[in-house]
Design a protein around this ligand. Sequence first.
Ligand SMILES: [Zn+2]
Ligand SMILES: [Zn+2]
Length: 177
Amino acid sequence: MEREALRIPLEDIPPEGLSLEFELGGEILADCIPLSAPLEARVFLIKRGIDVKAIGHVKTAVQLQCDRCLEEFVWPVEEDFEVEFRPKASMPHREETQLTREDMEVIFYEGDRIPVDDLVREQVLLAVPVKKLCQEECQGLCPYCGKNLNQGPCGCKLRRESPFAVLQELLAKKAHS
Ligand SMILES: [Zn+2]
Ligand SMILES: [Zn+2]
């Protein structure tokens, strides 16, 4: 399906709803998070008066960089979602922060098309963890020599924590004084 076709005109949504199934290529998402697998999506759109409800599923994998060791790793994403589209013209002025009836995610759309492609990309971004770790027990980098400690110890810690090392340092100082 072409990109343009993923902005669904309201008039194309029949009363019984519209089922879409599509795949987006390994495009770079906003926030510079590259996809490492195609983004597979299923979306069902159904009208509720002037609102449109979207129920769907996204599946892909993204390439992230570990916050601790800076290595790149692949994070699989598979999420169900349910959001409600409302015309921007109906956006409440004073109640913007008010929660909706069911705490459902609400997206305000402009014009007469539902941006389904933006919707699925956003769902992927929502699934990306705030703290990005290649593994829960990631050891990170040594603050002294910069070695990736997941690949084994570097020796700095040993040198700093061994009481003998401290003693040796003291003896060496004494010898020089
Ligand atoms: Zn890591
Ligand atoms: Zn080190």
